[in-house]
Design a protein around this ligand. Structure first.
Ligand SMILES: C=C(OP(=O)(O)O)C(=O)O
Ligand SMILES: [Mg+2]
Length: 424
């Protein structure tokens, strides 16, 4: 028995930012160190993701997690008692073996990711280090380019708009802190412009404004006006990033987008056309998860100057990342730990991306909490981009503020990823 031997694993039912129960895991080591983590939850999920275990029935619309919490307190706690928390890969392998399914359906991806992340926190605490430094050592110096939602649509905002995320990135900023300053100015400018024009409906799940726009074109025009009103140059200083989340409105090469039926070619031409008309540097899931041909077509058309991001398409899966690179289906992998259910598998997807020359974006989910583990991952693994959501919601700001603290802690050693992680 050593200081990093697991003495106790506890599961707890806590709440996420959508008012749904979620799983917290807490791990205490023999040496006294404690690690804690909370599972997030998606709304526009890919079909290849690890499955959250939800109870079904009537409680919270079938979204309760008592079974997953029981799995942490029962089967997982028994199996991992006495395990060494500093052996993350071994512990994650034990979780995978214990679950026994291809998608964590038995124990629940929400149970396994909470335990996996809590283990990492406990090991870092035992080493007396913040997790980002425990993961990356002296190489953990890269602060991410933040990708921050200004307008929300799709499954996160009553499907008022078909397109899910209208975000900004600040390739012209000189530091992470400056990128947040600029984005906050754009966010407030957008809010004022929307209030003036009577387009404001509220706040979407990820903190962006919930707009009453007629279509994406109106949102994109408004976003450019907000960037200008904030005193920034659209394009080189502040640019636009989109998550089309096309699996929400398309399959089998057929899309119903903004009131019209479209095929893959029309969808690709529409999105490519937007990137010629507005200063867009990143597009996530421009076509549906089952449309590899569409991904290849848009990457061939604009992938030299716009990053094409696979979320539902890649589901943080190392094998899918390698296949996407081999077929030139996208340029960038979105990295969401709960899409796989363990940190080791999440890390494998990022390692695969680096090996084949793809870039990465670590991402929160639309259902979040005060947990900031993804900030440790993006800095600790040196990924370079972080997508979290926006200013009106504190479960989002907990992450941005955590990154500010890391930038401050690194001082002169901090490197802001900025423009260097983008295409073109
Ligand atoms: C963060 C996203 O939303 P969700 O968590 O609902 O999948 C996304 O689609 O990138
Ligand atoms: Mg997405």
């Amino acid at each position: 028995m050593t200081r990093t031997t697991i003495a106790e694993i506890r599961g707890r039912r806590v709440w996420d930012s959508r008012g749904r129960p979620t799983v917290e895991a807490e791990i205490r080591l023999e040496g006294g160190a404690i690690g804690r983590a909370i599972a997030p939850a998606g709304a526009s999920t890919g079909s290849g993701e690890a499955l959250d275990r939800r109870d079904g029935g009537t409680g919270f619309g079938g979204h309760d997690v008592r079974g997953a919490v029981d799995a942490v307190n029962g089967e997982i706690a028994r199996a991992l008692a006495g395990f060494d928390a500093s052996d993350q890969a071994g512990l994650d392998q034990a979780l995978i073996g214990l679950d026994g399914t291809a998608n964590k359906a038995r124990l629940g991806g929400n149970a396994t990711i909470a335990v996996s992340m809590a283990t990492a926190h406990a090991a870092a605490a035992a080493a007396g280090l913040p997790l980002w430094r425990h993961l990356g050592g002296d190489d953990a110096v890269l602060l991410p380019l933040p990708e921050i939602q200004i307008f929300g649509g799709g499954a996160h905002a009553g499907r008022r708009l078909d397109l899910q995320d209208f975000m900004v990135i600040c390739p012209g900023a000189g530091s992470f802190a400056e990128a947040l300053d600029w984005t906050a100015e754009v966010y407030r400018a957008a809010g004022s412009l929307m209030a003036e024009s009577g387009k404001l409906c509220g706040v979407a799940d990820e903190g962006g404004f919930w707009p009453a726009f007629a279509d994406s074109a109106e949102a994109l025009d408004m976003l450019v006006r907000a960037i200008e009103t904030a005193g920034r140059r659209p394009g080189d200083e502040v640019a636009i990033a989109l998550d089309v989340a096309a699996s929400e409105f398309g399959r089998d090469g057929r899309y119903r987008f903004e009131g019209r039926e479209r095929d893959t070619g029309e969808m690709v031409e529409l999105v490519a056309g937007w990137t010629r008309r507005w200063p867009i540097l990143s597009v996530e899931d421009p076509v549906a998860e089952d449309d590899a041909a569409g991904f290849r077509a848009i990457t061939a058309a604009i992938g030299d100057r716009v990053q094409i991001v696979g979320d539902d398409f890649l589901v943080t899966d190392a094998a899918r990342v390698r296949e996407a690179a081999a077929t030139r289906a996208c340029t960038t992998v979105l990295i969401k730990p709960n899409q796989r259910g363990t940190l080791t598998e999440t890390r494998a997807a990022w390692d695969a991306a680096k090996a084949v020359g793809l870039t990465g974006i670590v991402s929160a989910r639309s259902g979040e909490s005060e947990d900031t583990t993804i900030v440790d991952l993006v800095v600790g693994w040196g990924v370079g981009q972080l997508k979290v959501g926006s200013f009106a919601r504190s479960e989002r700001m907990a992450k941005w503020n955590a990154a500010l603290r890391i930038e401050e802690a690194l001082g002169g050693r901090a490197i802001f990823a900025g423009r260097s992680t983008l295409r073109g």
